[in-house]
Design a protein around this ligand. Structure first.
Ligand code: TXA
Ligand code: MG
Length: 320
């Protein structure tokens, strides 16, 4: 299959995407977090194409993206009043809420679970496409299973080229890491995946519970997700890592490091130490380092505050 990349802002690209989705095909689209591999969520055959293209195991459920807030009632059962408060505050935006699903959602979307993960994307192109389609869109990150999420159209082409008909290029994504995923448990908010909407912001709405059990509730949250090819080790500061003799070691630095000259190559997340910028750059920098085929990547943890918590979570999982 020939994969076409087109400029997302063109009206013709938007209508092409809607036509393909309507016909049960998959299309890669930009969202405000990472690129998604989209299909009509109500068409099981279309959704099956997502799993095929990604080589994703069928038990790993997908997030559905709504055309409008009102559509929430069509996909999930009404729940506590915390949910409307959260959707009011954060939708459209990078917050995914796990809710009890309605029958209309095919089992293939949820991997047979009784729950469905729902969000509404703030990316204007995505919003236009899902609005024109008029049905929810199922979309996981547009990478092969287990790989780093794509933050640029070229990343999607690298991994899914030849497997999907169309990629809409909307430039680098705004947040650079995947949405925060929560569920409501007894009036509290449980964070299943850290992301751009931080625990601090969610705490305005309900108490936050930290997951105690290591049981994997979000099946895609396997500890070794997002693996680069090179072995990755984490350090608190690049200066403290010493075993470098004769090895090609790539360093991933937060702000830049005085120890840079000790490494074979260095990538930096944010020169001004801005955690949001660091998140937006994270997957691109990891890919750049990995592409150079180092013997090892040493990554520095970022300050454990705000969106830094979500960055460190990705780094820990990339390190397996
Ligand atoms: O920002 C995002 O969320 C991106 C963009 C494209 O929307 N999507 C994304 O999807 O990251 P994906 O499939 O790569 O990650 C979704 C995660 C997976 O770990 C999956 O297991 C979990 O959400 N998940 C989906 N449905 C669930 C459910 N009903 N209960 C618990 N976890 C669920
Ligand atoms: Mg993913």
């Amino acid at each position: 299959m020939q994969t076409e990349i087109v400029a997302a802002e063109l009206e013709s690209s938007v209508s092409r995407a809607v036509e393909l989705l309507d016909a049960g095909q998959v299309v890669a689209l930009p969202t405000e977090t990472v690129y998604g591999l989209a299909a009509d969520a109500l068409n099981p055959e279309a959704v099956a194409r997502i799993f095929e293209a990604k080589e994703r195991p069928r038990f790993d459920p997908l997030i559905i993206h709504l055309p409008e807030q009102k559509a929430l009632d069509q996909v999930s059962e009404p729940e506590t009043n915390i949910v409307p408060q959260l959707t009011q505050a954060f939708w459209p935006g990078p917050l995914t809420i796990v809710l009890r699903k309605r029958e209309a959602i095919p089992d293939i979307v949820t991997g047979g679970l009784e729950t469905v993960a729902v969000r509404m994307s703030a990316n204007p192109i995505f919003a236009k496409i899902v609005g024109n389609l008029g049905r929810p869109i199922a979309a996981p990150s547009a990478n092969r299973f287990g790989q780093i999420s794509p933050t640029r159209a070229s990343h999607v082409l690298d991994e899914l080229g030849g497997r999907i008909p169309l990629i809409l290029d909307g430039g680098p994504t705004q947040h650079g890491i995947e949405s925060t995923i929560v569920r409501i448990v007894n009036g509290s908010i449980e964070i299943l995946r850290r992301g751009p909407i931080t625990a601090e912001r969610l705490a305005d709405f309900a108490p936050i519970i930290k997951r105690k059990s290591t049981a994997i509730l979000a099946p895609g949250q396997l500890p070794s997700h997002y693996a680069p090819r090179a072995k990755l080790v984490l350090v608190d500061a690049l200066e403290s890592f010493s075993a470098l003799s004769g090895k090609r070691v790539g360093a991933l630095s937060f702000r830049g490091s005085t120890a840079s000259d000790r490494y074979w190559t260095t990538a930096r997340l944010s020169e001004r130490g801005d955690l949001r910028e660091a998140a937006a750059n994270l997957f691109q920098r990891l890919r750049e380092l990995d592409r150079q085929n180092p013997d090892l990547i040493v990554a520095e943890l970022v300050p454990e505050e705000g969106i830094g918590v979500a960055i460190n979570e990705r780094l820990r999982r990339a390190a397996g």
